[in-house]
Design a protein around this ligand. Structure first.
Ligand code: DGL
Length: 289
């Protein structure tokens, strides 16, 4: 069984794609709806919340947890992998994020290759990255893309309120205004040059991909992070099959957990993923502020 963690609904955009791609694999999803959104929180809080979520999924039997969240990945993944996991008592378990596969897709360069290689070293595309405050201020996308493609220009844009507005079921008009504002700010930075590609670097944003599509220039290709993550997980599991464990129930289980209200979360998940199983509430501590 594989765990998928997000601050709220966003990771479902990833889980939905994984559930389609791997019909025999069981998944356990945990959305930390009691604490969403993460994107404007201090880094240490994001690390601690993410650690608790990962541990709750390990306790449920996941050996591998995928952070279906750019914010948690950008801020917490490396710290958990390097500082927490080795001494945590969870030997044989792992936590992986979603920034690396996205950078690989954006640069057409394997993550392990950290220096510019031909022909990508001559790539001078313009890439727009939209994300939460923490993801963008971490600079991870710009830094990791430019390590591999130093001539690529990366325009980063904070969409501070978009994930929260999606969680709060804001009106289409309000969401449209927030997306228009974010895209407009990117176009101001590019001084009229059209981005070749756009990374929706928050897993909540595919829920309003149509609005990004409507406001971005028609020539800008939007990279689909859920698709990219599914490709990357396929490759990862082929190399590390032990994370799947030995027992595969048929039919597979899709377990949905939330730290928020189960009925409300199930109803909202069903709006964009009608086949999503109902959520159960999980409690692993009091609200973290
Ligand atoms: N969906 C998450 C991300 O990919 C986090 C959004 C939030 O909680 O602010 O960044």
């Amino acid at each position: 069984m594989i765990g998928v963690f997000d601050s709220g609904l966003g990771g479902l955009t990833v889980l939905r794609k994984l559930a389609e791609r791997f019909p025999d694999i069981s998944f356990c999803y945990l959305g930390d709806h009691a604490n969403v959104p993460y994107g404007n929180r201090p880094s240490d809080a994001i690390v601690e919340l993410t650690r608790r979520g990962v541990e709750a999924l390990f306790e449920r039997g996941a050996r591998l947890v995928l952070l279906g969240c750019n914010t948690a990945t950008a801020v917490a993944a490396r710290r958990l992998q390097q500082n927490w996991l080795p001494g945590s008592g969870w030997a044989g378990h792992n936590v992986v994020g979603i920034v690396a596969p996205t950078v690989e897709a954006a640069t057409q360069t394997p993550w392990a290759v950290t220096t510019p290689q031909y022909p990508q070293k001559f790539n001078s595309d313009l890439i727009a990255v939209f994300g939460t405050t923490r993801t963008i201020t971490s600079g991870v996308y710009r830094e990791e893309i430019r390590k591999r493609c130093p001539r690529v220009e990366v325009i980063q844009q904070i969409c501070a309120h978009l994930a929260g507005a999606i969680e709060d079921e804001a009106s289409r008009e309000e969401l449209d205004g927030l997306v228009r504002e974010g895209v407009g700010a990117v176009m101001e930075q590019t001084l009229g040059a059209l981005p070749h590609r756009a990374i929706l670097g928050c897993t909540h944003f595919p829920l309003v991909e149509d609005l990004f599509r409507a406001h971005l220039p028609s020539s800008t290709r939007i990279l689909s992070q859920p698709e990219i993550v599914a490709d990357s997980l396929e490759d990862y599991l082929a190399r590390h099959p032990h994370y799947l464990g030995g027992f595969h129930p048929q039919p597979r289980n899709l377990t949905m957990l939330t730290t928020g209200d189960a009925v409300e979360t199930s109803a909202r998940a069903g709006i964009f993923w009608p086949e999503a199983p109902p959520f159960e509430r999980v409690v692993f501590g009091t609200r973290f502020l």
